[in-house]
Design a protein around this ligand. Structure first.
Ligand SMILES: [Zn+2]
Length: 409
């Protein structure tokens, strides 16, 4: 446990915040600081083929220690942290034997991590919890995943009696800005399948995520002197609000859960001349996803018809797709993970992600890639925390997956 804590802290105290405004890979220079350190560490624990490319993608191999043929499996996580909240000068606090009460993160600023609000904390009574000091995020997303993968590889190296096939590990930059998989060389990685260690609560196992698209609606108006505008002015903002109200008000993020999809209006910019609406569209079900996109097109068509003018223009772009399509044909990769969890005393929580993961992109790039818990909670903010016991369980799950995959049938 102490080794996990030390390793985790050595990663989170290096700032690796990514930046969506940047066009380089990695998006921020400082991500190299941790990337270079990881490369040295992977070599030091005895992995082979440790490589880092010009975009800071890291790969390494743990060779097979059995004679028979075993599928090559991979474990993937990301070393950047979210630009939603600062990741500079992380000062972790370690709460031993958590008593189930409020945790004061910062007395000076009165920042408290309370189970009254974050009930999940009570799952970890009696455990060791790592929190922030209330002024930064923690970076458990996803340095917990990296800690677990490195620790598991080290454990397998030190315990050659555990039989496993070839294992590939991959660490990426820029996952938090949606680009973690973009420059991932699936062919070079060379695994039959992989797992991202990037979920939250202990037990999470996910192989379904949203289908996702973005829509931009431009509403064209006409500006005329307001005193002489009768019959001439077209105020694009009123037309935009007509469009907004034509969509079902209850199919929004704040009114949906589980497998319910939504339209999310996340940005409006406008004046009389022109208003732009930005939506994201999400649905697990491909048919419903297509129907949502078709509905947006139809509203635009109907309104343009009603006003006998091309006031509305729409542009829809697909963003990512549900990995279920790619994982279901190879369901044994989920079954193995589930079996591994049960074998190490973790109750599997299989549920659909209401978002995307690098694994969904990788799955469509030819590397089926379900997501497994890394143990952290409340990602991307000051209330982020991770129980050390959950990280230990993730290490156990990785080792057990390796062992089960190598079992002779
Ligand atoms: Zn993550």
């Amino acid at each position: 446990m102490q080794q996990i804590i030390n390793r985790f802290i050595s990663y989170i105290t290096i700032d690796t915040e990514s930046d969506p405004e940047s066009n380089t890979t990695p998006s921020t220079e400082k991500q190299w600081d941790l990337a270079n350190k990881l490369v040295e560490e992977l070599k030091a624990i005895g992995l082979s083929d440790v490589t880092i490319d010009e975009n800071a993608y890291i790969m390494a191999t743990l060779p097979s220690n059995v004679e028979h043929n075993v599928p090559v499996i991979g474990f993937v996580s990301h070393f950047d942290t979210s630009p939603d909240f600062t990741g500079a000068n992380v000062k972790p606090q370690i709460i031993n034997d958590y008593d189930g009460k409020d945790i004061v993160l910062n007395a000076e600023e009165n920042i408290v991590l309370s189970p009254d609000y974050f009930e999940d904390l009570l799952l970890y009574k009696g455990q060791t919890i790592i929190t922030t000091d209330g002024t930064t995020l923690l970076g458990a997303d996803d340095k917990a995943g990296i800690t677990e993968i490195v620790t598991a590889m080290e454990y397998l190296i030190n315990h050659p009696e555990i039989k496993h096939g070839k294992i590939r590990i991959g660490f990426t930059p820029d996952e938090e800005i949606g680009r973690g998989a973009h420059k991932f060389d699936v062919e070079k990685f060379g695994a039959d399948w992989a797992y991202t260690m990037d979920g939250s609560q202990v037990g999470e196992l996910e192989y379904e995520n949203f289908n996702a698209a973005g829509a931009k609606i431009k509403v064209k108006g006409k500006i005329v002197h307001p005193g002489y505008a009768k019959g001439k002015m077209i105020n694009s903002m009123y037309y935009a609000s007509e469009f907004i109200n034509a969509l079902p008000r209850l199919e929004t993020p704040e009114c949906t859960e589980g497998y319910e999809g939504f339209f999310h209006l996340h940005d409006i910019e406008g004046d009389v001349e022109e208003t732009t609406l930005q939506y994201i569209i999400r649905d697990h079900d491909m048919d419903k996803f297509e129907a949502r996109k078709a509905l947006l097109e139809k509203i635009v068509f109907d309104l343009n018809t009603k006003y006998e003018s091309e006031i509305f223009q729409i542009e829809i772009k697909d963003q990512y797709f549900n990995m279920k399509e790619k994982v279901e044909p190879v369901m044994h990769i989920v079954d193995i993970a589930e079996e591994a969890m049960k074998a190490v005393g973790v109750t599997p929580l299989i549920k659909a992600i209401r978002g995307g993961t690098d694994g969904s992109q990788l799955s469509y790039m030819g590397l089926p890639c379900p997501n497994i818990f890394a143990g952290g909670h409340n990602f991307h903010g000051r209330y982020e925390y991770v129980p050390v016991e959950s990280m230990q369980k993730a290490v156990d799950v990785i080792c057990k997956i390796a062992e089960l995959t190598a079992k002779e049938k």
